[in-house]
Design a protein around this ligand. Sequence first.
Ligand code: FES
Ligand SMILES: [Fe+2]
Length: 457
Amino acid sequence: MNNSHSGVEAKIGTVIVPAEAYISPEYARAEGEKLWPKVWQIACRVEELESVGDYVTYDILDESIIVVRSAVNKISAYYNVCQHRGRRLTEGCGHSKRFYCRFHGWSWNLDGSNHSVLDEEDWGGTLDTEDIRLPAVKADTWGGWVWINMDPDSESLAHFLGEAKGLLDPFDLDKMRFKWRQWLYFPCNWKTALEAFSESYHVHASHPQLNRWVSYKNWSRAVGLHGHHGVLRPRDSGDPQQGGSGFLGVNVRGDADARVAAIEQIEEMVRTLDATTPRGVVDAARRLIDELPEGTSAADVSAHLMASARRDDEARGIHWPEITPEQLQAAGYDWHLFPNSVVLPSLTSALCYRARPNGYDPDSCIFEVCALERFAEGEAPETEWVYEPDQSEEKWRLILTQDFSNMPEVQRGMKSKGYSGARTNPVEEVAISHFHEVLSRYMGIGAPSPVKQRDSQ
Ligand code: FES
Ligand SMILES: [Fe+2]
């Protein structure tokens, strides 16, 4: 990123993503034909398929896919449909030696081959076992997730992830495990929901309590099909010493005691989000006052905090990844993985979102949030997906409820005759305009308006 921007300045300001993509029933239906059957999408975490026979049912619109650990070192995916008369075989998750159809009792082995057909002789030898295999869906793993793709001719997952993979690999996301996971139906389009977490331009107004620390301006850029953003600089003059990772840095205004600021900030993030503050960092913050003299600079507090948390974690058997400051800077802190996932990676934790359409209603989606964290061997908590429709602060914590408050209002607002489309910020919301450029390619329609990215400044 460089600082020259004068030439493009006059042309920006009218980047428009039309509302149709969010509110049109025809568009929602077309996504069912042109998008979802063609893309790699996260089906579940690998940790959900620990033992041979563990399975998860992944539903997307009218499709349902069984993702299963079919052998010790193999994860397979199949269309979830009985080859007799079409009953679905599984729902939710579970463990089974075979897939059994409750209608007439046909069954399949974990490798997808048919195991039994009641009264098979009735077919007089005409049932071809290959014909009645469970049809396979492509499956692969990366980042600790199982990804599926219904298009047999699709590019590989590695190719689909492209440069994003290289930028995210240093975080070793596959070593993280669920800390908690919750979901709900949301009265907005799946993209409206996802985009509430694909930029941090909203933080200043939507999470005003965080301005007490520092209000950041962010860079945002496209990476292949995907997009990401990270901290560019504080919006006000701030303190040049402030740490600035957005989540784990120490952000201090003026002459505040950086040790106290660090503790208060981390405690606040525990209280209002509980997803970006792994235990090692929280414990290390609580030791700061004892370990550092008053007047320690924010940069030194930040460095000490991280070194201390890392040492503490190593002693507890939690191994941090080898990642350089340059790699951290290059990765940024928030990724939109096309089409429907957002991941905020940090050294020892990650906050993740996934949004899916809820049927063909453009105004409804399935929205999931989970916190991942590094744990010592065998110490990851037992978790399951918790359906939590109650949007209270008690159930979802302040920061998410603040985000939630925008999503249905945006969905409603976009239907107004007084709205012509989104004017995405060409510095801080590039990931969103790029998302729509990529989406329009899948949808076979021209990009609504050329996406102009402005150099960060
Ligand atoms: S529909 Fe499955 S066995 Fe008949
Ligand atoms: Fe937010």
